[in-house]
Every structure is written in structure tokens, then in C-alpha cells.
Design a protein around this ligand. Structure first.
Ligand SMILES: CC(=O)N[C@H]1[C@@H](OP(=O)(O)OP(=O)(O)OC[C@H]2O[C@@H](n3ccc(=O)[nH]c3=O)[C@H](O)[C@@H]2O)O[C@H](CO)[C@@H](O)[C@@H]1O
Ligand SMILES: C=C(OP(=O)(O)O)C(=O)O
Length: 416
């Protein structure tokens, strides 16, 4: 069993480079399967989710070659093989194979997805979208079979704003006959990134990033080169680490606009934040005010950032209330933070956090962002060593974490 060990209490100082976005990468990799020739993805993060996805692409007959931070994907010999089990269960984002294979081959059989299991993650809106495009969808003991002789464009209103459903429908509709309109679409930057790749492949998608997306289906898509947007969740986590340790860190290679919700909250707490063109500098302060945070769909404060934010709020004076309107039970980090001395109470969809010093403890990351929250917390602890297990979850979303933190002056290492 691997552990992440942190001897905290040192202000982080220096520069950290943010890699490409995991939540874009895991949608762009399946999107590349829609092309009939080579796709090159640049700025791809070296994460376990990306490694698993590249193995899935190879199982389907794709050829995958890493070249530094770029991946060359040759989908010309691809088939739509049934994938009821195995690697698809290791990832939430394996559900994008449904839209991609349906678009390319008119057929897909994919096991229900895995990923971080903080609460049920339904796909009813994805299925509603595929059915509206004319596909027949059946569930055979947890394996979803989707087929259509000919996908036809349709008007689809999403009952809930879903990033996954918006992207999955865009993937399939790119190859449908006629026009598709997605109403009440999600607006996350990762959706724009997927639409940018698909358009570079020859798709006709307009309105990505707004609540109405229009897709004119095309007969075929071809290869292209695309650079992935920076990871806003990783960037937000480093912003919180810098603030929590009262450090001074330049978070480089980011799109500050994608981080506005977190920047606004840090400023409200009293953190010094400088927004530059492609970087954000965080200068920690001795005193922070408690603030209330609501996790919402974009451009609101992302649900993926709320766990590390919980740890930062333990460093503020007074009581903060953090409410998650996307996933009401995403609080698996709270009992572990309480082992570290945090005073937090969870009521319905809110964590009520009273500021105070944390102590070293042995804790377990129950999911990816819960893990990130324990790292933020561990970095603040002045005496002793915090031991974090469940490191495999953290590896899903933070590449070169130990190296990055060490370069910023943290005393952090991994142990078996
Ligand atoms: C809106 C939001 O912040 N989404 C985040 C969420 O996306 P993720 O893809 O998990 O979630 P969605 O955006 O799809 O879902 C948002 C909400 O809609 C519900 N839902 C979703 C699909 C569906 O078919 N039916 C349904 O009821 C979900 O239960 C959830 O409450 O986690 C991803 C990875 O952690 C992030 O990249 C996304 O930014
Ligand atoms: C939970 C996350 O990932 P996934 O949806 O891929 O499980 C995340 O990125 O915070």
C-alpha cells in the first residue's frame, strides 16, 4: 500500500506549472475515435485515468503513441467491440465511449462507468439524448447496448445541467443526419474544448459554452492537432495550498477566467490574488475571514474544488458554510479532516466549518478530491507527519504532485 507523507508547516514558495485538464483529456481521447485519420493531442496530463483510457483505445484497435506530453492516436483500424467489463469500470468518463462509438459505428456496448464513487452518478440524460437521436438503448445486467441504423438530429432539452450528457450528445450528434439542438446544456470550459477538437476534425458545432448548442451532423470526421486546456481544478488546488500555507506561489499556465469563482472566494477571505495573463499569483496572509461557498454548475464554484476548499476554510477565523448543489453528499473528506482536528459538521448538503489548527493524523483519501483536501490540510500542520493512504485516487487527477510540492519547498514524500 502506498502512502503520501507530509511534514507540513512550511509556506509554499515558487512557481508551479499546471498540466492539461484531466476532465478534458478523458473526453478528448474518446472524441478522437470519431476521426478516420490521425489525431494528435498536445498538453496531455500524465495521469492514471489517461493511461487507462489509452489502453481502452488500444483494445478497440486504435494505435496510441506518447511523444512527451503529446499523444498520437491513429483510429483508422478501430472497431466497436463490446466492452461490458474491465477497464471501462475504472473510469467515470468511459461513458464517453457510448457517444463516440455510436457516432462512428452506429453501435456501442459499454459497461456502466466507475470513477470516484462519492454518490450515485446517473446517466439517464445521456440515454435520453441518444434515444432522441434515434438510438435504441437497452441495459443488459449493467452493460448498456446502444444502436442506431441512422442517427437523426433532434432537439434535446436536458432536465439537469450535465457536463457528461452534454459532451456525450455532442459526440453522437456530430455524425447524425441533420441538426441537433441541445437546450439547457452545461457550459464548462471542458465542453468548449471538446467542441473545439470536434470542429477541427470537421464537425459543425456552434454555441459550446452557452446553454444552447447547435450541431449540424457531417458524413465523416478526420484527424487534426489539438492542445488541451489547462486543468482549472488542479490550478485551484494549488491556489488553496498556497493560501493555506501562507505561501507565495505563481500558478503558471492557467486561464484565469476559468478560475474566477475560486479567485473571488479567496479575495473575500483576504488572500492576496494577482491575476496575470496566463498565471495567477497567490500571496498568503496571516489572517483569513470565514466565507460561505456554494458549489454550482459553471461559471459557479466547481463541485470538484469544494473538498480542497473545505480544508482551506479550516484556516479562516469564524464559521464558513460550504454547500454543494451539484453532489449533495460529496463530503467523504470531512470525517478524515475531523481526525486531523477539524471542527466540521455536515447537515444535508452543507459542511459547516469552524476555523482552527489541524494536527497530524493517519487519514485515507476516499476519492480524488477528498485526497486533494487531505493534502491541503496536511501542508498546514505544524508538528508531526500526516500519512495519507488511498494515493491511487489522488493519482487520477494530480500529475507530478510530490515533485511539484517539493519544488515549492514542501516536505512531502511517498512510502510503501
Ligand atoms: C456540473 C458539474 O459541476 N459537473 C462536474 C461533474 O460532472 P459529472 O459528469 O459527474 O456530472 P454532470 O455534470 O454530468 O452532473 C451534474 C448533476 O446532474 C446529475 N445528472 C447527471 C447526468 C444524468 O444523466 N443525470 C443526472 O441526474 C448528477 O447526478 C449531478 O447532480 O464532475 C466532473 C468530474 O468530477 C466535472 O468535470 C464536472 O464539471
Ligand atoms: C470526480 C472526479 O472525476 P471523475 O468524474 O472522473 O470520477 C473529479 O475530477 O473530481
Amino acid at each position: 500500500m502506498e502512502k503520501l507523507m507530509i511534514r507540513g508547516g512550511r509556506p509554499l514558495r515558487g512557481t508551479v506549472q499546471i498540466s492539461g485538464a484531466k476532465n478534458s483529456a478523458v473526453a478528448l481521447l474518446p472524441a478522437s475515435l470519431l476521426a478516420e485519420s490521425e489525431v494528435v493531442l498536445d498538453n496531455l496530463p500524465h495521469l492514471s485515468d489517461v493511461a487507462v483510457y489509452s489502453e481502452i483505445l488500444q483494445e478497440l484497435g486504435g494505435q496510441v503513441t506518447w511523444k512527451g506530453d503529446s499523444m498520437v492516436i491513429d483510429p483508422s483500424n478501430l472497431r466497436s467491440l463490446p466492452m461490458p467489463n474491465g477497464k471501462v469500470k475504472m473510469l467515470r468518463a468511459s461513458y464517453y465511449l457510448m457517444g463516440a462509438l455510436l457516432g462512428r459505428f452506429g453501435e456501442a456496448t459499454i459497461g456502466l462507468p466507475g470513477g470516484c464513487n462519492f454518490e450515485p452518478r446517473p446517466i439517464d440524460q445521456h440515454i435520453k439524448g441518444f434515444e432522441a437521436l434515434g438510438a435504441v438503448v437497452t441495459n443488459d445486467h449493467g452493460s448498456i447496448h446502444i444502436s442506431a441504423k441512422q442517427l437523426r438530429g433532434a432537439k434535446i432539452y436536458l432536465d439537469v445541467v450535465s457536463v457528461g450528457a452534454t459532451i456525450n450528445i455532442m459526440l453522437a450528434a456530430s455524425r447524425a443526419k441533420g441538426s441537433t439542438v441541445i437546450e439547457n446544456a452545461a457550459k464548462e470550459p471542458e465542453i468548449i474544448d471538446v467542441a473545439t477538437l470536434l470542429n477541427a476534425m470537421g464537425a459543425k458545432i456552434k454555441g459550446a459554452g452557452t446553454e444552447t448548442i447547435r450541431i449540424e451532423g457531417v458524413d465523416s470526421l478526420s484527424g487534426c492537432r489539438h492542445s488541451i486546456i489547462p486543468d482549472r481544478i488542479q490550478a485551484a488546488t494549488y491556489m488553496m495550498m498556497a493560501a493555506a500555507t501562507r505561501g507565495d506561489v505563481l500558478i503558471d499556465n492557467v486561464i484565469p477566467k476559468h478560475l474566477e469563482a475560486v479567485t473571488a472566494k479567496l479575495l473575500e477571505m483576504g488572500v492576496h490574488v494577482d491575476e496575470l495573463d496566463e498565471a495567477i499569483r497567490i500571496i498568503g496572509q496571516p489572517h483569513y475571514e470565514a466565507v460561505d461557498v456554494k458549489a454550482l454548475v459553471y461559471p459557479g464554484f466547481a463541485t470538484d474544488m469544494q473538498s480542497p476548499m473545505t480544508s482551506l476554510l479550516t484556516q479562516a477565523s469564524g464559521v464558513s458554510i460550504l454547500t454543494d448543489h451539484v453532489y449533495s453528499n460529496r463530503f467523504k473528506h470531512v470525517p478524515e479532516l475531523m481526525r486531523m482536528g477539524a471542527k466540521i459538521r455536515v447537515e444535508t448538503r452543507s459542511a459547516i466549518i469552524e476555523g482552527g489548527k489541524l494536527v497530524a493524523a493517519k487519514v485515507r483519501a476516499a476519492d480524488l478530491r477528498a485526497g486533494a483536501s487531505l493534502v491541503v490540510a496536511g501542508l498546514t500542520v505544524e508538528d508531526g507527519v500526516t500519512e495519507i493512504t488511498g494515493v491511487e485516487y489522488i493519482d487520477r487527477g494530480y500529475d507530478h504532485l510530490v515533485d511539484n510540492l517539493r519544488r515549492l519547498g514542501a516536505d512531502v514524500w511517498r512510502e510503501h
